[in-house]
Design a protein around this ligand. Structure first.
Ligand code: FAS
Ligand code: PHB
Length: 390
């Protein structure tokens, strides 16, 4: 088989890139080692920046997102028993975010890809990017006991942090930067109305908590937890009790609780691989970078990578120019590092670190005090939260 762009990974990165390429008439094939059902069973991001919303529209896949997504004009920081609202619209001249689960976004992209008749190969084992340092790259994979080969012009490594693409790059050609945080997030999904109509990020002596949602009847909550926590030791009741301890009383007292139908612990890390291009192989999204979910940046960074790579591939095929491809890595990394900084800063400001000194604790309190009393500081937070320009 032959295609123009072989896309490894059918998560948001791969599907968004695939959709944009298909609508531009650029032939592409998506390969994923997992099944569609497994991919759709993953619960992840919930906040979309305006750039991501625009990209979904450009991919002709935004109808349900506009119908069911929740536009949010602000969110609150809660500490010392009180809320402090960050007015995103007022501080950024009208920008807002949209609450729409990554699962739904993935579902929409898969559905629209199927309607467009583009090829996705699921449960493809041992996917391997080959000869991407040369001029005739190809990808091999196993399916139903047969080894297949797809010849292509380019390979998009959209296969996430644990994927094969980044691992296929020789050590001499890649540099990585990493920070692992000494805690994780214990998250639940429950069909109960959210405690507030907007998100609440709470900093409490017992630890961080986040009140989010998927709709007006489905809540998404997280609490900071130690990395040695075991999910089977967390009953729903224990989770609800701990969450309420970390919120101001006026929220804790009115919180609707109920049975969770998803409960998981996610570790937190910051990670960046440089560069993001290796001749005919391009790393996209989590394959190249990971951020702690505190700033709601992971999925949105995948979207800006896709934007840069799609524009570059379009220019290559339509204008016979490689300037976009040559500048992809530098352009993507410039936005990635600013989002990595913001996510690190928000994580450092909102979580309780086990080894924190008295001095560090006072600095954190001063940061929150400055943020909630300075328009300039709140504006800096707001413009990063809604997403820096692509
Ligand atoms: P993905 O990891 O989503 O997709 C990669 C795909 O590649 C997968 O389908 C996988 O099956 C496939 N793959 C992997 N290895 C392969 C191989 N060898 N061969 C073939 N296919 C392979 N971001 C936010 O913005 N907000 C959040 O709240 C948030 N919460 C998160 C919670 C958790 C638990 C996790 C893990 C991440 C969270 N993220 C969040 C980040 C997350 O949303 C990612 O940024 C997003 O999934 C990135 O999408 P992709 O780059 O497509 O990678
Ligand atoms: C979510 O709804 O899953 C979510 C929202 C905001 C974040 C992280 C996660 O910062």
């Amino acid at each position: 088989m032959r295609t123009r762009v072989a896309v490894i990974g059918s998560g948001p990165s791969g599907l968004l890139l695939g959709q944009l390429l298909t609508h531009a008439g650029i032939d592409n094939v998506i390969l994923d080692r997992a099944s569609k059902e497994y991919i759709l069973g993953r619960v992840r991001a919930g906040v979309l920046e305006e750039g991501t919303v625009r990209l979904m529209d450009e991919a002709h896949s935004g109808a349900r997102m506009h119908a069911e997504g929740l536009p949010h004009d602000g969110f609150s920081l809660a500490f010392d028993g009180r809320d402090h609202r960050i007015d995103l619209v007022g501080l950024t001249g009208g920008k807002r975010v949209t609450i729409y689960g990554q699962t739904e976004l993935t579902h929409d992209l898969m559905d629209h890809r199927e309607k467009a008749g583009a090829l996705s190969i699921y449960e493809a084992a041992d996917v391997t990017p080959c000869d991407f340092e040369g001029h005739a790259p190809y990808v091999t994979y196993e399916k139903d006991g047969v080894t297949h080969r797809i010849d292509c012009d380019f390979i998009a490594g959209c296969d996430g942090f644990h994927g094969v693409s980044r691992r296929s790059v020789p050590d001499r050609a890649i540099r990585t930067f990493e920070k692992v945080y000494p805690f994780g997030w214990l998250g639940i999904l429950a069909d109960v109305p959210p405690v507030s109509h907007e998100l609440i990020y709470a900093n409490h002596p017992r630890g961080f908590a986040l009140c989010s949602m998927r709709s007006t009847s489905r809540s998404r909550y997280y609490i900071q937890c130690s990395l040695d926590e075991r999910i089977d030791e967390w009953t729903d009741q224990r989770f609800w009790d701990e969450l309420r301890r970390r919120l101001p009383a006026h929220h804790a007292d009115r919180m609707a609780t109920g049975p969770s139908f998803e409960k998981s612990i996610a570790p937190l890390r910051s990670f960046v691989a440089e560069p993001m291009r290796f001749n005919r192989l391009f790393l996209v999204g989590d394959a190249a970078h990971i951020v702690p979910p505190t700033g709601a940046k992971g999925l949105n960074l995948a979207a800006s990578d896709v934007h840069y790579l799609f524009e570059a591939l379009l220019e290559h095929y339509q204008d016979r120019s490689n300037s976009g491809l040559d500048s992809y890595s530098a352009k993507a990394l410039a936005r990635v590092w600013k989002a990595v900084r913001f996510s690190w800063w928000m994580t450092t400001m909102m979580h309780r670190f086990p080894d924190t000194s008295d001095f560090d604790q006072k600095i954190q309190e001063a940061e929150l005090d400055y943020l909630t009393h300075s328009r300039a500081a709140a504006t800096a937070l707001a413009e990063n939260y809604v997403g820096l320009p692509f």
